[in-house]
Design a protein around this ligand. Structure first.
Ligand code: ADP
Ligand code: MG
Length: 379
């Protein structure tokens, strides 16, 4: 088409080609002089604005098609970025404004405005523009979808969180109920069985006094008294397990020590307990003390059942305002699960959370196990 540009450019055919190009493009193209008046507009551009080219030529383009913002507030001519092109002698690209049609409607437009130079002098500007309403609409739809999605995710997260909170509250509530139930059963056992055992013991003692010189019967009676004593001991242990009275009488720290002493006397484990005096004075409140006691009970049961350890040590210390209790064994260890699914560990975690604490297990197969219970801000 443009085989020999030099010769062609002086030819009428060249101008014809230019005309064809301008009229065939999908973009609007117009030129303005320094006063902003239209010196040329192509057919597609005029049509996009609802005019014929003849109707536009000579008109001030700012007042004709660019006079207002999308919200219909006026755009003063000194703010017009199309005019900037020749005021500042450089190009300007814009895609966040609208152009106005003859019928008073507007469309989202993208335009580029460049100065027209005659040698060194700027004599006007050439503007290309296109209708980007569809693109804008798609962008808006996309944004709306994104916002909707985000809202949905937020709503779902909130629902999950609230379900989680409810479960946690339920779990804490069940814990309290269980403790109350245990206390209730303990009271019943204590009152009913305790009184009966005492009466039985007294009667057996009285009977013993009535049977002098009957060694066979006396031996029998002694065995009965021994059985009664054993049953009383067992009952006391069960009672203590149901409701750790030592917690009420001696406080948490002594109660924990007695748990370790029990373990030591029942097993071959070497048990150690470290609790500095300043920590010993720290009281946590009845609820929290029961929770800590139950957690330690479960930790020690686990050591006994799973660890095959030679020694276990418990340390309580204050770290700033936090209380840190750790139970450490030198047993077989385990692979710690990020999300525990066994009830012992789950229960301990929940108990810890219900009193505002956190339980962390640290273990490797073959490297022992350390549990750390941290209660923040209690001291
Ligand atoms: N101190 C420990 N040493 C070794 N393994 C342990 C220890 N504590 C817990 N485990 C392992 O973690 C598992 C889960 O413990 P837990 O939730 O208390 O359930 P359970 O004691 O009923 O098996 C145990 O089965 C055991 O394999
Ligand atoms: Mg367990």
């Amino acid at each position: 088409m443009f085989a020999d540009l030099k010769r062609l450019s002086h030819h009428a055919a060249w101008r014809r080609q230019l005309e064809m190009l301008l009229e065939s493009t999908g973009e609007g193209i117009y030129g303005i002089d320094l006063r902003g008046r239209c010196i040329f507009i192509n057919g597609p551009g005029a049509a996009m604005l609802g005019y014929t080219p003849d109707e536009v030529v000579g008109r001030n383009m700012h007042y004709l098609i660019h006079h207002s913002h999308p919200d219909r507030t006026l755009m003063p001519v000194h703010e017009c970025r199309i005019f900037k092109a020749f005021r500042e002698g450089r190009g300007e690209r814009v895609d966040d404004e609208v152009l106005w049609r003859r019928d008073g409607s507007c469309f989202a437009a993208q335009y580029a405005s460049y100065p027209i130079r005659d040698g060194q002098t700027v004599v006007g500007a050439v503007v290309t523009f296109s209708d980007i309403s569809e693109r804008k609409q798609m962008e808006r739809a996309l944004q709306a979808t994104q916002a909707l999605l985000e809202r949905r995710v937020q709503e779902r997260t909130a629902r999950l969180q609230s379900a989680h909170d409810s479960l946690r509250r339920l779990s804490a509530h069940l814990s309290t109920l269980r403790e109350q139930e245990r206390a209730h059963i303990a009271r019943d056992i204590h009152d009913e069985l305790g009184a009966s055992f005492t009466a039985l013991q007294l009667d057996l003692a009285w009977l013993r006094g009535q049977l002098p010189g009957q060694p066979a019967l006396l031996a029998h009676l002694d065995r009965m008294m021994e059985v009664t004593r054993t049953a009383m001991g067992a009952t006391r242990r069960i009672l203590n397990d149901l409701r750790p009275v030592v917690l009420d009488h001696l406080g948490l720290w002594a109660a924990l020590e007695s748990l370790l002493q029990d373990l030591q006397s029942r097993s071959a484990l070497d048990c150690r307990y470290v609790c500095p005096a300043d920590t010993e004075r720290c009281r946590l409140g009845r609820e929290a003390e029961i929770a800590v006691y139950r957690i330690v009970q479960e930790l020690l049961t686990n050591v006994q059942r799973h660890a095959q350890a030679r020694s276990v040590s418990m340390q309580v210390r204050l770290q700033g305002r936090d209380l840190v209790l750790s139970v450490e064994d030198d047993g077989v260890g385990m692979q710690v699960q990020a999300q525990p699914h066994t009830f012992g560990i789950l229960g301990m975690r929940e108990r810890a959370r219900s009193i505002g604490g956190d339980l962390v297990l640290d273990s490797q197969p073959g490297a022992g196990t350390r549990a750390r219970l941290v209660l923040s801000g209690v001291a």
